[in-house]
Write a protein that binds this ligand. Sequence first.
Ligand code: DOR
Ligand code: ZN
Length: 346
Amino acid sequence: MTSVQTLTLRHPDDWHLHLRDGDALPAVVPHTAQRFARAIVMPNLKPPVTTTEQALAYRSRILAAVPHGAAFTPLMTLYLTDDTTADEIHRARDSGIVHGVKLYPAGATTHSDAGVTHVRHTYAALEAMQQAGLPLLVHGEATDADVDVFDREAVFIERTLAPLMKDFPGLKIVLEHITTADAAAFVREGGELLGATVTPQHILMNRNALFQGGIRPHHYCLPVLKRERHRQAIMDVLAEGHARFFLGTDSAPHPRGAKESACGCAGIYSAHAALELYAEAFEAAGALRHLEAFASLNGPRFYGLPVNEGTLTLVRDAWEVPAAYPLGKDSVVPLRAGTHIAWRLK
Ligand code: DOR
Ligand code: ZN
């Protein structure tokens, strides 16, 4: 059987990305800008991006880090808190640069301490978002201490997301970085206003990758990797070409020392090879024909934005991922460090 040697797609976007700030920006923005025309930029800075004014300033800092000659548009988000007002939501919508509002349950993940303590505190903001057509982007994990870490996504869907959707039937919602068969089925069976992003790690690896020959901090992210049957269930929906599932890397750089630690941070850096990694996963599932819709068409349709002009080409030409990339004065260990990736950007 002959295999495909080149893949040309309409220029893709990343619908879930962490860029950080300061001297991390010039280190990570170029990786994303080489591959993606736009990216939904997460607001979990320290302090978080809670106002349109802060989002505008952050956007300028990101744009200053885009390499000359590259065209990259950051799509900004606000960090939802118990105190987010309807007025702030209207300012966000009117700005034209804010494309979503992120719900982090307090304590769920990196820089989520300012997050929402109970969704009932956000109902005024959600009402305004529903009216304005501004999507709610959800980190879908229950944070109750009695919930097993591997069950957090399923419990969140049952206890929080499903009731919230009943209260706001007209609210657009993206369940971010899904990791379970439960989430895949919930979104698949949901209506037109419910979408999901999928990371490369959650379709390339299962939870064994956390313990391969020893503990692997660079494979630790949240939501944490799950059992093989969950990886398979997510890949199955993507291999069907379902239109409400789209690319969101959740690329989340941390300095090496913050990961290789007695209490290591959650987050996997994948921006250096994001599209190439998805191509591997789709190819392994025999689903390469659905990669373009996942990477380039489904996201814009869901967000109500035009698809990009132009194309991007990957060639089958294996390359070795460096052991680390610079990250300001520090370094970041990328996904697949020191191993080969089958596809290369042309
Ligand atoms: O693994 C993760 N890292 N999950 C998140 O939700 C946040 C992210 C980060 O900001 O590092
Ligand atoms: Zn994230």
